[in-house]
Structure formats: C-alpha cells, structure tokens
Design a protein around this ligand. Structure first.
Ligand code: SF4
Length: 325
C-alpha cells in the first residue's frame, strides 16, 4: 500500500432501537461494530456486502455526516472523528462524498453552477472564482460547460451523477467516499461513470473508498477489498487474493453469485446459496454472526467470535475459525 491517507480504527455506530407497541425502546442497533482499515494515497478500497451490512454508515462516519459512537478516523495524520464542524472545515475540502442517487443528492432548485460552486463558497472562494471553477469541472467530467445554468432535472441520470462527481472534486480532495455511485444508473451508463472515475483517479491522484454491493464493479475499480457482514469486516485484502481465493465462506458465497463472462465456466461453477436473510443487527447471533447461514458452521462457531487475522501467505485477513485459504 502507498503512504496511509485514511486510517479507521474500531469504528462503532449504534442507533437507538425502535419503540415497540408498548412504547418501550427496542434493543440498540449496532450498525457498525468495530471496523478498522487503512486507505493509501491514490488507492481504491472496495467496501462490499449485502444491503444493511453497515458499509454506507461507515462511509458517512468517515466524512462526518454521522458521528461515530466510538472509534477513530484519522485523515492525513489528524484524528477528525471528534472535531467540531468548524475544526473539521479545513480537512473537509480534502475529503468528499459522491452519493448513490444523483437526483436526490442535488438540490432541484439550484442551478448546476450553484451546486458545484457550493463547496468552494463554503471554503471562502468568491462567487466569480467559484463559477469559473464550476465550468472547468463540468468540462473535466465530460459535461458541456455552457449548460452551467441548467437545473438537475434537465440532465439524464448519468449526467446528474457527473454533476455530483464534479461537486465532489470542487475543492481538490485527496479522498472521495463513493457510496454506490453507479447502482442507480442503467448498466450501459454505469460503465461510462466507472471509466470517468478511473480517469479522474489517474489524472488527479485521488483515493477512493468505493462502496458497492456489485462485486464485479468493485473488482474492476479497487486495489483492495473489504467484505462486511452485519457491521463487521469479515475479510480484507488485495483484490487478487480476495477474488482469486476467498478465505471466508461469506465472501465465497458472494463471489459465486457474480456472473462469469465465459458461458462454459458459468455453467460449470458451483453456486453457493445462502440460507435466509441477514440477521437483525439489533439481535446479532452469538459467536460468529454468520453461523446461522454458513454451510461450514461447527459448534465452536456458535459460541466463539472469530477474530480478523492473517490467512494464507499474503496480507489478507479473514474472520473465520475454518478459513478456506
Ligand atoms: Fe462459518 Fe464458522 Fe467461519 Fe463463521 S467461523 S464463517 S460460521 S466456518
């Protein structure tokens, strides 16, 4: 890995439980349960898992749209997890976010000029400078700068996501948290936006935390990948290790569902079907939280939580008593 840019340690987010019919609050929901990882300069870390596994909550805590319940977020050598919003401002320009739904993340009553300029105005740029930069950013992301005074509804979904990406780049960030940036787009448009993000990374030296449930998209863009299940990382390592020889049964199951380009290989491979839905984070299973769905579960899995530890010859880590690799 290159020089460490972001370091997340033991990150936890607990939400209050919903009130039941009696009016009593339910058990607290531990959406993120002790997540740790690093991201290097110019690197892409893929954060994958089923819906509700805590990956988006993790991304939102990194940019401080949500405050962590505990744990640390160190960015560029500064622990930003406990900073006030005013203290955070000088760091925020280097740390931006792209959201899943481009339309709902863009203010429909603002022009593109205003939307892209906003982070610059917050950082103290003049209106004229911010507008000029907005035009340059539109060109950078493949939009027509003459459309700068149009509104979001006048753009297609792919174009709207380009506006969101342009806004995220306005303050020349070092790291962008991309939360399912292509999952709301048509498949044909997804490839264009992924190409754009890859080109911008090369040109600008950006690092990404790329959050997605689509493992084939993540495989294409990431250098390393972290697989989350029920608020925890169950496997993390270089892309080649995790995709080439997954150690955790959950990773194996997820990868067995990714379509293969070769029809013969697709017919020949074994699909691992997981039983049931993920358990509620308000009432996680004992021991290994994956044990009720795991085809390899044994008695120890029901009582002892496996620690994330190096598995195999490389640096890949997995949290399993009986890893495959
Ligand atoms: Fe499956 Fe046991 Fe490994 Fe958990 S610890 S993933 S239940 S084999």
């Amino acid at each position: 890995m290159t020089e460490t840019l972001l370091s997340v340690r033991d990150l936890v987010k607990t939400f209050p439980g919903r009130r039941g019919r009696t009016g009593r609050p339910g058990a607290p929901i531990r959406a993120v349960d002790g997540v740790s990882f690093d991201v290097g300069t110019g690197e892409t870390l893929g954060l994958v898992g089923e819906s509700g596994c805590g990956k988006s909550t993790t991304g939102r805590m990194i940019v401080r749209l949500l405050d962590p319940t505990s744990g640390t977020v160190t960015f560029g050598g500064t622990e930003i997890g406990g900073l006030s919003q005013a203290q955070l401002r000088p760091h925020r320009k280097h740390l931006q976010m792209v959201f899943q739904d481009p339309y709902s993340s863009l203010n429909p009553r603002q022009t593109v000029a205003r939307i892209i300029s906003e982070p610059l105005l917050v950082q103290g740029s003049s209106a004229a400078d911010a507008r000029k930069r907005a035009g340059e950013l539109m060109e950078l992301v493949g939009l027509i700068p003459e459309h700068i005074d149009r509104y979001p509804h006048e753009f297609s979904g792919g174009q709207a996501q380009r506006i969101g990406i342009a806004r995220s780049l306005a303050t020349s960030p070092k790291l962008v948290i991309a939360d399912e940036p292509v999952s709301a787009l048509d498949v044909s448009i997804q490839a264009q936006v992924v190409n754009l993000m890859e080109r911008l990374q090369q040109e600008l030296g950006l690092a990404y935390v790329f959050i997605a449930h689509d493992l084939s998209v993540v495989k294409r863009v990431c250098d390393r990948v972290a697989v989350m299940y029920l608020g925890r990382i169950v496997e993390i390592g270089d892309k080649s290790e995790v995709y080439g020889n997954p150690a955790h049964p959950y990773t194996r199951a997820l990868l067995s569902a990714v379509p293969l380009p070769d029809p013969a290989a697709e017919r020949a491979r074994e699909r691992i079907v997981l039983l049931g839905d993920p358990p509620s984070p308000a009432n996680p299973p004992s021991g290994c939280s994956f044990h009720p769905r795991c085809p390899k579960a044994q008695e120890v899995c029901r009582t002892e939580r496996p620690l994330l530890q190096i598995t195999g010859a490389g640096s890949r880590q997995a949290a399993c008593h009986f890893p495959e690799a």
